[in-house]
Design a protein around this ligand. Structure first.
Ligand SMILES: Cc1ncc(COP(=O)(O)O)c(C=O)c1O
Length: 347
C-alpha cells in the first residue's frame, strides 16, 4: 500500500538533481574556512536576507540557540510567543546553553504585538531580569504555518530599536512566507538583527540551516558553534543541497500551499470539524475535532490503516503538512481517505 505521509515537511528526501549536486560538490575543510561550497551557501543566504554574514549550522535548533546565546548574557530575559519553537521544542536550550529565561506571551495565530512586548519589557529595578531579546517565528509552526504580518514586524522593530533590544527571527519556514506573500527575503531580513533559515523543511535537503546577521554577531556564533561541537569538516556535500534547494525548490512551495488549502477546504466541509481557513496560509493544515467528540489519536490510527499518515497535534487536533514529496494525485487520494474515515467515524 502506498503511504501518503503528511506528518511533516521535514520528511522530504533529496531529489535525483539534489543528489547529483551533493555528489559533485567541491569540498574543503570548513573548520579552516576552506570549504568553497559552504562559503558559497553562506554568502548566498547573507545576500538573500540582506545581512553582512552567515554561518552554516547543523539544524534550526542550533541556529536559534546560537542566536539566543550571542544576543544575551546569563540572567537576561527573552520575550517570545508562547507556542514558538525555541521555547517549546528546543529541549530547554535557552536555560541550559545561554542561561536566560524565556518570557512567553500569548499570541494570536503565533503573532505577538509591539504593544504586548512593550508591556512585558522589564523596568530598571534590581529585582528584575534584563529584557534583552525578542524572538519571532515566521511562518509559525504550531499556528498552522501562519504568516507574521509585515506591518507588525515593522512596529516591533521600531520598539526594539527604541528600547535597545535585539530581534531574532526563527525563519525555519521563511521561504514559505516569502512565496505566499511575495515579500522578498531581504525585506523581511532588514527588520531583524539575526535570522535563521532551514533547508530541511520541505526543501528536500537532508541537513542544514543558516544563521545570518552582522559580521560581529556571526563571528561570535562561529565560536559557540565550535564549542558546541558543530564545526564540520567537508560540509560542502550538505551545503550543496542547500544551494540546490534555493535554486530549485523554493518557487515550487506555491504548489504545497495550494495543496494544503485543498485539504483544509475538504476538512472544513465536515460538520463540527473546525479549520481556520484564514490561518491556512502556507503548507500546514490544523483541524480541530473537539466539537465532534472524536479523539485525534483515533483518527490518526484509522487514517494510517488506509494509507494516510498525519500527526495528532493535541488530543483533539490533527496536523497535516504538504511538501516536496506529495503531488496532486497524492492529495486527491488523501482527500478520499479523509472522506471515508471521517464519514465512518462521524456516523
Ligand atoms: C519553526 C521551527 N523552528 C525551528 C525548528 C528546528 O529545526 P531542526 O529540527 O532543524 O532543529 C523547527 C523544526 O521543525 C521549526 O518548525
Amino acid at each position: 500500500m502506498k503511504i501518503i505521509d503528511l506528518r511533516s515537511d521535514t520528511l522530504t528526501k533529496p531529489t535525483p538533481g539534489m543528489r547529483a549536486a551533493i555528489a559533485n560538490a567541491e569540498v574543503g575543510d570548513d573548520v579552516f574556512g576552506e570549504d568553497p561550497t559552504v562559503n558559497k551557501l553562506q554568502q548566498r543566504v547573507a545576500d538573500l536576507l540582506g545581512m553582512e554574514a552567515a554561518l552554516f549550522v547543523t539544524s534550526g535548533t542550533m541556529g536559534n540557540q546560537l542566536a539566543i546565546k550571542c544576543h544575551t548574557s546569563p540572567g537576561d530575559e527573552t520575550i517570545c510567543e508562547e507556542n514558538c519553537h525555541s521555547f517549546n521544542y528546543e529541549a530547554g536550550g535557552p536555560a541550559m546553553l545561554a542561561g536566560v529565561q524565556m518570557r512567553p506571551l500569548p499570541g494570536s495565530r503565533g503573532v505577538i504585538t509591539a504593544g504586548q512586548i512593550a508591556a512585558a519589557i522589564r523596568s530598571a529595578d534590581h529585582h528584575f531580569p534584563h529584557t534583552q531579546l525578542v524572538i519571532l517565528e515566521n511562518t509559525h509552526n504550531r499556528a498552522g504555518g501562519a504568516i507574521f504580518p509585515l506591518e507588525e514586524i515593522k512596529n516591533i522593530r521600531l520598539l526594539t530599536q527604541e528600547r535597545q533590544l535585539k530581534l531574532h527571527l526563527d525563519g525555519a519556514r521563511l521561504w514559505n512566507a516569502h512565496i505566499a506573500t511575495g515579500i522578498s527575503l531581504r525585506e523581511y531580513g532588514q527588520y531583524f538583527d539575526s535570522v535563521s533559515v532551514c533547508f530541511s523543511k520541505g526543501l528536500g535537503a537532508p541537513v542544514g540551516s543558516v544563521l545570518a546577521g552582522s559580521h560581529a554577531f556571526i563571528d561570535q556564533a562561529h565560536r559557540f558553534r565550535k564549542m558546541w561541537g558543530g564545526g564540520m569538516r567537508q560540509a560542502g556535500i550538505l551545503a550543496a543541497a542547500g544551494l540546490y534547494a534555493i535554486d530549485h525548490h523554493i518557487a515550487r512551495l506555491a504548489e504545497d500551499h495550494a495543496r494544503a488549502r485543498k485539504l483544509a477546504v475538504c476538512l472544513s466541509g465536515f460538520t463540527n470539524v473546525e479549520v481556520d481557513l484564514t490561518a491556512t496560509q502556507t503548507n500546514i493544515v490544523i483541524a480541530d475535532f473537539v466539537k465532534t467528540g472524536l479523539k485525534a489519536p483515533d483518527i490518526v490510527v484509522n487514517m494510517k490503516r488506509k494509507g494516510l499518515h498525519c500527526i495528532a497535534f493535541s488530543p483533539t487536533r490533527l496536523r497535516l503538512v504538504t511538501h516536496l514529496d506529495v503531488n496532486d494525485g497524492d492529495i486527491d487520494q488523501a482527500i478520499d481517505i479523509i472522506n471515508s474515515v471521517l464519514q465512518e467515524m462521524l456516523t
